[in-house]
Design a protein around this ligand. Structure first.
Ligand code: FES
Length: 129
């Protein structure tokens, strides 16, 4: 997996030809954006390098993705910022023989019970006594 955390789940995003050519879309829980790039597809963590905002809905034109907030531009397929501020974190994309696209979406942290939370925060306090 490229650029993700330790755990990821594979999420289907439909067929290549069903993805819009003029804007990116969110995948899974919205932590990933999927961008059609010609006959191929690329995906990135959904965090603009400017202010960590969502890139979902950003326009894709002439091989570039524009952040919908303040229009920072990223070159496709690498996701490199045109002004030299770095590169978006890539996410693994798989396209099967039928053109079905799947992306690796970070698995959300498991829910923590209130008891576990209290125990985790009580131990350091006990040690200070
Ligand atoms: S948050 Fe993307 S350009 Fe400002």
């Amino acid at each position: 997996m490229a650029g993700g955390g330790d755990h990821a789940v594979r999420v289907s995003v439909g067929r290549v030809e069903d993805l819009p050519t003029d804007r990116c879309v969110g995948a899974g829980d919205g932590s990933v954006v999927v961008v059609r790039h010609g006959d191929s597809v690329v995906a990135f963590r959904n965090r603009c390098l400017h202010e960590d905002s969502s890139l979902v809905g950003g326009r894709v034109r002439e091989g570039r993705l524009a952040c919908p907030q303040h229009f920072w531009l990223y070159e496709l397929p690498e996701g490199r910022h045109t002004g030299g501020h770095g590169t978006l974190t890539g996410v693994e994309v798989e396209i099967d023989d039928l053109g079905e696209v799947a992306v690796e979406v970070p698995d959300p942290a498991p829910a923590t019970s209130i008891r576990e939370w209290l125990l985790a925060h009580a131990r350091p306090w006990e040690r200070r006594r």
